[in-house]
Design a protein around this ligand. Structure first.
Ligand SMILES: [Zn+2]
Length: 143
């Protein structure tokens, strides 16, 4: 992400931060469907606005883009030198932390999937199965 952006470009990008149905999220949803999981999306009114929710299980999944959510130590996520971006990204991180805590208070458990973790489908599948407490045989549905 270049540091010197016109105000128009910057606000265009900032709007896209909030956009739903990002590519990483779609990949996770595809995987969940292949695992035979039924989920809901972006449940309104739920604290923290998680991307994918399992209402009965009270489990929520956040799919985070590495740049926007400032994934530490990740090669997808360089911290820009401009103060604007540094502040913005640290605000995003703070918000993520608050979301997780708010859900916890309501008795929900949540899981964060980072964009950079998605290509490793096998590991991701195992993590999801563990998180969702799926029967082992359910896992074999996923290729
Ligand atoms: Zn990452």
């Amino acid at each position: 992400m270049p540091d010197n952006l016109s105000p128009e470009m910057r606000s265009k990008i900032m709007r896209s931060v909030k956009s739903k149905n990002t590519r990483p999220e779609l990949a996770v949803r595809k995987l969940l469907s292949a695992m035979g999981c039924r989920y809901r999306l972006h449940r309104r009114g739920l604290a923290g606005h998680p991307d994918i929710v399992f209402v009965r299980k009270k489990k929520a999944i956040f799919v985070h883009g590495c740049f926007w959510h400032a994934h530490r130590g990740c090669s997808f996520s360089h911290i820009p030198s401009s103060q604007f971006w540094q502040r913005k990204l640290s605000q995003n991180r703070e918000r993520d932390k608050r979301s997780e805590e708010a859900l916890k208070k309501l008795g929900w458990t949540s899981m964060v999937i980072w964009e950079c973790e998605i290509p490793d489908f096998l590991t991701l599948k195992k993590r999801l199965a563990r998180f969702l407490e799926l029967r082992p045989e359910t896992n074999y549905l996923v290729r």
